[in-house]
Design a protein around this ligand. Structure first.
Ligand code: GLU
Length: 477
């Protein structure tokens, strides 16, 4: 094992979305590739928005995608606890230490005051920044305010001028001005830590070597986190900011672009290997034409140096195409087992030992993009069609078809069924379009769908006869 340690620290405030899953997979691949450690940390410091059900669902989705973590709230590890809500005392301790060393100060400004200041700045066209009113309070002033019952927050003392450099392994060096950062809050008056403070303490104590996350953190958060590292006298980890994932119209990815929670893709019948494959390509490429990978291959070829800077565009068509490929690659039994829940959900009476059904599904497999498409395609297998009216000439055709089916010695293979259907043409003295649609209608009740030879073969001799008889009997005089 190398000393490389990465983390995935979701906030459980909603369902697990593709953008977040992309961050997870990049961290996971990097950890596996480098034989390092992948840490799952739950950032649930916002009690009003964090929900246990989101945490559970997210963990299930990660496991479904095959992304196991080496340390985390459920599996434990040497730097437990891995849930921020259980680490509040640690953050308070470090905030107090900074206060003692005069690297932070207590701020007594009320929320109303700060809001007014903010509004005024916006009205002036300025960027709202804390005016540092409490930075120079005397000890006496502080004591007086506390005696009045004002509970302070703690703000970090950011340098007033100079530059801060973020060395980013994906984007190179980026320079920020201290002036733009202001003295931000590290501990709120209710003693909870802000994200930018907690994340630094956790990353440091958990010995994280590489912080790999979305570019949306780069401007607002990373320079502030570096300030915290500096104040605490700690060495910063390596930072790598992944390019944003945008919709086709180049705006931030949302439901509007068809991007949904991982759970929804799972229900639609996307395979986990398709999701991980597709997400890995959002911002990274193998450096050649290859686009289809399973998880093992991804570990082999993944390289942080080939993560790009330009935004990745979410393309649902491509995801479908990748899923189609991975579905086609599954073997007969595996695919049958995966399909069963979709068939059961559609209300079909499925027999798990039905080899004929397994074979049918295996044939259909290569034309599917999502498992969700399967039930309607093979409905004919489970339901006889509703009886419909036929003309005397159609009746005659079906009677002659029936006579020919009676000659089968056994069920036909798909190829034999094809031959049978073609050879009916001279026997009936009709072109194919004069009888194939009619047979399809008699066997399935539908006008289109799966190829007729596949239908004929999978129903088998007895069932084909049964369905033909049903419609012929209805028309007996
Ligand atoms: N909890 C933060 C989020 O979900 C973590 C960001 C980070 O990786 O530092 O956005």
């Amino acid at each position: 094992m190398s000393n490389i340690r990465v983390r995935f620290p979701p906030s459980p405030t909603g369902y697990f979305h593709l953008g977040n899953a992309r961050t997870a997979i990049f961290n996971w691949l990097f950890a596996r590739k480098e034989k390092g450690v992948f840490v799952l940390r739950i950032e649930d410091t916002d009690p009003t928005r964090s929900k246990k059900e989101y945490e559970t669902a997210m963990m299930e989705d990660l496991l479904w995608m095959g992304l196991r973590w080496d340390e985390g709230p459920d599996v434990g590890g040497p730097y437990a606890p891995y849930r921020q809500s259980e680490r509040l005392a640690i953050y308070q301790e470090y905030a107090q230490a900074l206060l003692k060393e005069n690297k932070a100060y207590e701020c007594f400004c009320s929320a109303d005051y700060l809001e007014n200041e903010r509004e005024e700045a916006v009205a002036r066209g300025a960027v709202p920044r804390y005016n540092r009113r409490c930075r120079e309070l005397s000890d006496i002033e502080r004591i007086e305010l506390k005696e009045k019952g004002v509970v302070p927050a703690i703000r970090v003392k950011t340098l007033l001028q100079g530059e801060i450099v973020v060395e980013d392994i994906i984007r190179g060096n980026l320079v920020f001005a201290y002036e733009d950062l202001d003295d931000f809050i590290i501990l709120r008056s209710d003693k909870t830590s802000t994200y930018n403070f907690a994340v630094v303490i956790d990353d440091y104590l958990m010995k994280i070597t590489h912080v790999i996350r979305g570019e949306d953190h780069l401007h607002g958060n990373t320079p502030r986190q570096i300030v915290v590292y500096q104040k605490l006298g700690w060495k910063t980890p390596f930072f790598g900011h992944l390019p944003m994932v945008l919709g086709k119209d180049k705006t931030k990815l949302s439901k509007r672009h068809g991007a949904m929670a991982v759970e929804e893709y799972r229900q639609m019948g996307y395979l986990p290997q398709s999701i991980t494959n597709y997400l890995a390509l959002l911002g990274w490429s193998a450096g050649d034409e290859r686009e289809l990978f399973d998880l093992e291959e991804l570990i082999r070829v993944f390289d942080l140096n080939r993560v790009g800077k330009s935004p990745a565009i979410f393309d649902e068509e491509k995801l479908r195409w990748i899923n189609h490929h991975h579905i086609s690659n599954l073997d007969e039994r595996e695919f049958f087992d995966i399909s069963l829940p979709y068939l059961i959900k559609a209300g079909y009476q499925v027999d798990k030992k039905d080899i004929r059904l397994m074979k049918l599904i295996n044939i259909i497999k290569s034309s599917l993009h999502m498992l969700e498409e399967l039930p309607v395609r093979i409905k004919f297998y489970f339901y006889s069609p509703e009886l419909f009216s036929i003309s005397p000439s159609e009746k005659e055709i079906l009677e002659r078809v029936r006579k020919n089916v009676l000659l089968w010695e056994s069920d036909l293979t798909v190829d034999e069924a094809n031959l049978f259907l073609n050879e009916l043409s001279p026997l009936l003295g009709l072109p194919k379009k004069g009888y194939l649609p009619l047979i399809r209608k008699a066997l399935t009740g539908e006008e289109k769908g799966v190829e007729l030879n596949i239908i004929t073969s999978s129903l088998g001799r007895e069932e084909v006869l049964k369905r033909l008889d049903a419609i012929l009997i209805k028309h007996e005089k």
